[in-house]
Ligand binder design. Structure first.
Ligand code: HEM
Length: 426
């Protein structure tokens, strides 16, 4: 096999398939050979240039003119004609948001939309997050066994996202139902039958989010980030465009929801599988923010992100052609020993954990990172206080096959309700 530049590809590169078990189970480990021997390679199976080292990935993130994010939300498995026909029937028009918008439009828009993310604005949501977590915990606390993903890690971040956006309560249930197929649709390898089914879901989601948006536009005094966008769209329709509003209404639910849900599931899995570390957090809750950050580094919920080269350009000694599509495996960067000492170890005292690339880097870096962090912190605070004796059950973790979003589909835990601190000391 050879790359589009005509260079032959190594046997590891020729067989690399991100939909195979090794990458799905542990993307950082699956790319150890690449970090060590061939940090930039062309994957004929994927049609992408794969980049695995920390410094190379950071350099790509830093230059969003040479490395355009325009393909960030493109379907990695090209849609079938049937699926396209279904989408057309729904008048599907999802286009640029923020994460896949080029300059100068991106920065002009991002700058208009920062107010919702100031520390004070985010802190105002903390009581809502805590109430949601507490209610969910109340529901299971006497049960002794639960799958935390099904019980709350999935639903709480979705509800938080909908509140953050200002979506009317009565529309939350419906949006909840649509917000599932996207990971598969964008970053997965759906079968032809699945493609049609997913296209139906995506088409309905597009139409429904348009209806919710129209309803919000008709309400002059709403609160939430979506209302900020609606207001900016009125003031500066060329910066915050109509299509942006509708596209964002749909994309942001996925961006804010699945990322945080999966990050929380990863963190609980990692921390509970190290009982000594968990016990330390229970004794010293002030360690929780650092522990959450280290979990984002060690087992992030976004493991790869995409760019496209706008000119011939060298990355890590390899020349990529103009139009070359790039998969940056951020999970691999986060395990690069040239930046993180003993990178495979989960060390809650690591002093540079925050350098991880799970939120991206540079001008597109995740705007919601502090909201995601807050949710993880509150989950961990409530659990370490109310269920310090929580234990991870023996289980085989499974993942939805895709290149970019990663977290276990279930996290089964158990505990003895008779030992709940609030029973002993109500
Ligand atoms: C962008 C990850 C939570 C809103 C991004 C990017 C990543 C990411 C990898 C692309 C960065 C780049 O291209 O450099 C995550 C993770 C989260 C999370 C791992 C949770 C643990 C959230 C939440 C929100 C949010 C809760 C919502 C409010 C956004 C937005 C962008 C973005 C608006 C686009 C920023 C831009 O292009 O200027 N996120 N995200 N994210 N994220 Fe998040």
């Amino acid at each position: 096999a050879s790359s589009p530049t005509g260079c032959p590809v190594s046997s590891e590169a020729a067989t690399f398939d991100p939909f195979d078990a090794p990458y799905q189970l542990d993307p950082a480990e699956a790319l150890r050979w690449s970090r060590e021997q061939e940090p930039v390679f062309y994957s004929p199976k994927l049609g992408y240039w794969v980049v695995s080292r920390y410094d190379d990935i950071k350099a790509i993130f830093r230059d969003n003119l040479t490395f355009s994010p325009s393909i960030a939300l493109e379907k990695i498995t090209p849609p079938s004609d049937e699926a396209l026909a279904v989408l057309k029937r729904y008048d599907y028009g999802m286009n640029r948001t923020l994460v896949n918008e080029d300059e100068p439009a991106h920065m002009a828009r991002r700058r208009e939309l920062l107010d919702a993310f100031t520390p004070e604005a985010l802190e105002a949501h903390a009581p809502m997050v805590r109430r949601l977590v507490r209610d969910k915990l109340d529901a299971i606390i006497d049960r002794g066994r639960a799958d935390l993903v099904a019980e709350m890690f999935w639903e709480v971040p979705l509800t938080v996202a909908l509140h953050f956006l200002g979506v009317p309560e009565e529309d939350m249930e419906q949006l909840r139902r649509f917000s599932v197929a996207h990971t598969l649709n964008t970053w997965g390898r759906p079968s032809p039958e699945q493609q049609v089914e997913v296209a139906e879901g995506v088409g309905k989601f597009w139409q429904y989010s348009g209806q919710v948006l129209a309803k919000m536009q008709a309400q002059p005094h709403g609160h939430g980030w979506m209302y900020d966008m609606i207001e900016k769209n009125r003031q500066k329709p060329d910066v915050v465009t109509d299509n942006y509003l509708h596209s964002m209404m749909m994309a942001i639910i996925v961006a804010a929801h699945e990322t945080t849900a999966l990050a929380t599931a990863n963190a609980f899995r990692q921390l509970l599988s190290r009982p000594a570390v968990w016990a330390e957090l229970c004794e010293n809750p002030e360690l929780i923010p650092a522990a959450a950050e280290e979990c984002l580094r060690h087992s992030g919920s976004v493991v790869a992100w995409r760019r496209i080269a706008t000119r011939d350009v060298e990355v890590g000694g390899v020349t990529l052609p103009e139009g070359g599509k790039i998969l940056m495996v951020t999970a691999s960067a986060n395990h690069d020993p040239s930046h993180f000492e003993n990178p495979d170890e989960l060390d809650i005292y690591r002093d540079n954990a925050v350098d991880h690339l799970t939120f991206g880097y540079g001008s597109h870096q995740c705007m919601g990172k502090n909201l995601g962090r807050m949710e993880m912190r509150i989950f961990l605070e409530e659990f370490t206080r109310r269920l310090p004796h929580l234990e991870l059950e023996e289980q085989a973790f499974t993942f939805l096959p895709n290149t970019s979003f990663r977290g276990p589909e279930a996290v089964w835990v158990r505990w003895d309700p008779a030992s709940n601190p609030e029973r002993r000391d109500p």
